[in-house]
Design a binder for this molecule. Structure first.
Ligand code: SF4
Length: 487
């Protein structure tokens, strides 16, 4: 995907959405079963489709399907068909183009050197340009995924060895990518030179290795965390063990700071930092920066919980569950009219009326995107008798779209792009509203402050400081890119 898209699959869920998770296993007799479990732990990174490709010594095997991992990899039959000691897998979040089978990953092709499977988390920012060049060369695209661009570039590279072909292919693409690839002999993992999306290495059994978007996917299979793949690094697992290559020109690391705020699972550790702890730190910073007199700190469930705990600890005001979320409401399932949409939010969240009546509340949430959910939640709190409703947000105002693999509304739809904080306060119906400052956020991840000259993280959706050039956008290709998606 190179164009920000409407969060069409979750119209009532006012969040940015991560678009994919990847997983891979090398040298384990249960590679596919482990991959299914790993993908299950990464389900929060994409629920619309899942796929696994394995190599069984002679043949590649593939199972890709729409729906969740649990829906599709729940039988021994399926897992037994995915034979072999090596496998890669992918979970995918859909965009406005909708999820269609031809876009479900991993993608697989028989190339001149043999079978090659690839799965990708991120987004190429010059995908349209690359695709045009490849189509002119005669490549026939089967999907609308920018991952297929990498596949064709590998296929048409003039180098002989697969690694040289992959390096050649990636040398011509720009954007954010953490990818896993499988050949007959190798499991390969790559992080883009800016390291925008996460990828970690684990060890399992005697000589088995694992690649995963997050450490929570290592934990589920009992794999031992080894280290993060470094920005710009290619790791190769083969008979000779683990090989590390750094073929690209070094770039300043610009990991996505929003992974810490919202996307990653709180039990994951990314680049040495526990996500839950960072979220609690953000809550503490928020309390130091913008505390108001209140009776209760209330998280907007579930993503606001760690920051609300940190806020409560720092402020000394009790943490309580003033909003209860139904865990059986994956998405709003009826969407034919505005009235019913409104009902949808109530299905998902409900006020804990007896507990909040007459109280001064500080609601803690991770972000405000379009503001639709915030308006409804505040209204719900007022209807339940809250005396005052304040809101504290554990990200700075989201004023820009993401082009690096996160599903976001167009900039024009972002509330903070259209209104000042004061106007947002009024529009949402709050007594007060405050966002974490840039420096407060950076302190929470362990930095002294944001380095304005060369920020330590990607924070472009807050600052508009895009670390990787937006080639297709700058070339005015936006209109043609609405179907190009990668997760
Ligand atoms: S713009 Fe940067 S910080 Fe924001 S979601 Fe995208 S990658 Fe993350």
């Amino acid at each position: 995907m190179t164009t920000p898209t409407q969060t069409a699959s979750y119209p009532e869920d006012d969040h940015f959405h991560d678009e994919c998770g990847v997983f891979g296993v090398y040298n384990h007799p249960d590679a596919s079963a482990l991959t299914a479990l790993g993908l299950h732990a990464l389900q929060h990174r994409g629920q619309e489709a899942a796929g696994i490709v394995s190599f069984g010594g002679k043949h590649f095997h593939s199972h890709r399907a729409l729906g969740s991992v649990g829906d599709n990899f729940n039988s021994e039959d399926v897992i037994n068909r995915l034979q072999g000691p090596m496998a890669i897998g992918h979970v995918r979040y859909s965009t406005s183009g909708g999820t269609v089978m031809r876009n479900v990953q991993p993608l697989f092709a028989d190339l001149v050197f043999g079978g090659f499977a690839i799965a990708h988390n991120g987004n190429l920012t010059n995908a349209h340009k690359c695709r045009n060049e490849l189509v002119e060369k005669g490549c026939i695209f089967q999907s609308t995924s920018d991952t297929e661009t990498i596949l064709h570039r590998v296929a048409t590279s003039e180098y002989r060895k697969v690694l040289d072909r992959l390096i050649d292919a990636l040398g011509g693409v720009e954007g954010a990518y953490s990818l896993v690839a499988l050949t007959r002999q190798k499991l390969i993992g790559v992080r883009d030179p800016s390291g925008v999306r996460p990828l970690v290495i684990g060890k399992i059994g005697e000589n088995g290795y694992v690649l995963a978007s997050e450490t929570c996917a290592l934990d589920i299979i009992g794999a031992e965390y080894v280290r993060d793949v470094e920005p710009g690094e290619i790791v190769v697992f083969s008979e000779t063990g683990l090989q590390s290559l750094k073929p690209f020109a070094p770039q300043p690391s610009r990991f996505c700071i929003f992974e810490y705020i919202y996307f990653a699972r709180p039990d994951s550790v990314i680049e040495g930092r526990n996500v839950y702890e960072v979220r609690k730190n953000i809550g503490k910073e928020l309390a130091r920066e913008s505390h108001v007199e209140a009776d209760m700190i209330v998280p907007v469930p579930d993503s606001g919980v760690p920051a609300a705990i940190g806020y409560a600890e720092e402020s000394g005001v009790p943490f309580d569950l003033g909003i209860i979320r139904s865990h059986y409401m994956g998405r709003t399932f009826i969407q034919p009219s505005d009235n019913i949409r409104h009902l949808g939010v109530k299905l998902k969240h409900n006020a804990n009326t007896a507990w909040i009546k007459g109280k001064r509340l500080v609601l803690v949430d991770d972000s405000i995107v379009r503001g639709t959910t915030s308006v409804k939640i505040v209204e719900m709190m007022r209807n339940a008798g809250a005396k005052e409703v304040h809101m504290r947000i554990s990200s700075p105002p989201t004023t820009h779209s993401c082009f690096y693999g996160i599903d976001t509304p167009n900039k024009e739809k972002l509330m903070a792009n259209n209104y000042t904080v004061e106007e947002m306060t009024k529009h949402i119906g709050l007594d007060s509203l405050a966002f974490i400052s840039y420096d407060g956020l950076y302190r929470a991840v362990g930095e002294p402050a944001r380095n304005a000259e060369c920020p330590q993280y990607c924070d472009a959706c807050f600052t508009g400081d895009y670390p990787i050039s937006l080639v297709d956008q700058d070339g005015g290709a936006q209109a043609q890119l609405t179907l190009l998606h990668e997760g």
